[in-house]
Design a binder for this molecule. Structure first.
Ligand SMILES: C[S@@+](CC[C@H](N)C(=O)[O-])C[C@H]1O[C@@H](n2cnc3c(N)ncnc32)[C@H](O)[C@@H]1O
Length: 437
């Protein structure tokens, strides 16, 4: 594959490109000979006295349809190895990845439609179809210009600063971080302090975090497809903590313990992870601003299973198909023991968490009431870890290791066997839900 050197534009309105090709970076690339643009009026390939390129649609209907003959005849004059592209609202949405791909082609041809669009048989004569977005324009010329603009600026030597395309929106799967220039203060708004600090590493980290924030707020679909690095996950957790800050504790984590828990018989066992627990508690965690949801099991294969399930919704083809689900499953982490979760939080948040255990059966231990804990959490500055048990509940050693044990959830009946998913949902809502404010 060579670097793009030639663009052929097949259009009925070549004059539309006059000013566009003369100015700025494009004009310069053409003048330098880095690039050649050839405008091909496919009316020149039409037959008959009137050189018609369109006709009424078979089957009736409004408007005129572009006949296949002239456009296909024009396409057949192109040099071999030209990638032929039809511009149509029915094409794949044009994006930065497509621009980068086309910049690596030696030669492309952009076919601009008009009227009601192309005779269906034209599609067999092109390599791909691109759309500028979900709207309909009068013709393909503006779409061709957009493709040319996006592609040409990626060609080597066209932009002065070779780094800037790599930093921009979409290049790394994120929107770009906020940019500032002079003056330092504009109508009472200052440039963020870190940007004038001269600390390159701090600036880099700030920019990455703000790019993640902006993408999360505006384009969660992009974030869902992101192959997040360990630093990205850390920065996203930081953003979650920040969002949670207005609510009380610096950071809230949830742990679902599979060992040590009790069996029905009272002995201590390890339970198996379930897909339902992974999904439902991740979704509840995301809803209530939890920073991370830790599934705790000493069995390595079980941890791998959790990671596989989460990765399925975050990566590959399925990743990003349901951005809301990816948004929740991004919180999922695994740990071999509860102590490891505490250590992780201490490292990330800079303080050990207040551990709050939950149980349907405190077995004589003192508990803290809901209202009291809610009040305490509103003033708590330490991170908080809510611990839930699977099986028949957390084993004695896990209850004893906690700082507080929460009053059991109770209904008006004596049936006391909520699923841990429901218990987690009820707990998060009682402690952090808006309704309880
Ligand atoms: C009025 S449109 C025809 C739309 C066509 N009847 C349809 O519904 O798909 C005329 C031409 O404008 C161009 N065009 C319009 N909207 C476009 C878009 N969003 N992306 C790319 N090209 C577009 C195409 O070349 C199209 O053939």
């Amino acid at each position: 594959m060579g670097v793009l050197a030639e663009i052929h534009v097949l259009t009925l309105f070549p004059d539309l490109f006059d000013g566009f090709l003369r100015e700025s970076i494009l004009g310069k690339a053409l003048a330098d000979g880095r690039l050649a643009v050839r405008l091909l009026d496919f009316r020149d390939f039409a037959e008959g006295k009137h050189r018609s390129v369109d006709d009424v649609p078979y089957g009736g209907g409004s408007g005129m349809v572009l006949m296949p003959g002239p456009l296909v005849a024009a396409l057949e004059t192109l040099p071999p190895g030209t990638r032929k592209i039809l511009l149509t609202p029915q094409g794949r949405p044009f994006d930065q990845a497509a621009a980068a791909r086309l910049a690596g082609e030696p030669r492309i041809a952009l076919c601009c439609g008009r009227y009601e669009g192309f005779d269906e048989r034209i599609r067999k004569h092109v390599d791909e179809e691109l759309s500028l977005g979900d709207f309909v324009m009068q013709g393909g010329e503006v779409a061709a210009m957009a493709v040319i603009e996006a592609v040409v600026r990626l060609l080597p030597g066209v932009l002065h600063n070779a780094d800037s395309p790599a930093e921009e929106s979409f290049a790394q799967g994120l929107l770009e971080y906020p940019q500032y220039t002079r003056p330092r203060e504009f109508r009472g708004r200052e440039v963020p302090e870190v940007l004038v600090s001269g600390h390159h590493e701090q600036i880099r980290r700030w920019r990455r975090r703000e790019a993640l924030r902006r993408t999360r707020d505006r384009r969660p679909d992009l974030l869902a497809r992101l192959a997040a690095t360990a630093e990205d996950r850390e920065l996203l957790a930081e953003l979650d903590r920040e969002a949670a800050a207005g609510r009380g504790p610096g950071r809230v984590d949830v742990a679902l313990v599979h060992h040590p828990v009790r069996a029905r018989t009272g002995e201590t066992i390890a339970t198996s992870v379930t897909n339902l627990d992974i999904h439902d508690i991740a979704r509840a965690s995301r809803t209530y601003g939890v920073a991370a949801y830790h599934l705790v099991t000493p069995i390595a294969l079980q941890r791998e299973l959790v990671e596989t399930v989460a990765a399925h919704w975050l990566e590959g083809e399925s990743g990003g198909r349901v951005p809301q689900r990816a948004d929740a499953l991004r919180l999922v982490r695994t740990a071999a023991a509860l102590g490891d979760v505490v250590e992780t939080i201490r490292r990330e948040a800079g303080a050990a968490p207040l551990c709050v255990a939950t149980s349907a059966d405190p077995r004589g231990r003192p508990t803290v009431g809901w209202a009291k804990l809610r009040g305490r959490l509103a003033a708590e500055t330490r991170p908080v870890l809510l611990v839930f048990g699977t099986g028949w509940g957390l084993a004695d050693e896990a209850l004893d290791a906690a700082d507080l044990l929460l009053e059991p959830i109770a209904g008006p009946t004596d049936y006391n066997h909520l699923s841990v998913r429901v218990a987690a949902g009820v707990t998060l809502d009682r402690l952090f839900g808006r309704a309880g404010r």
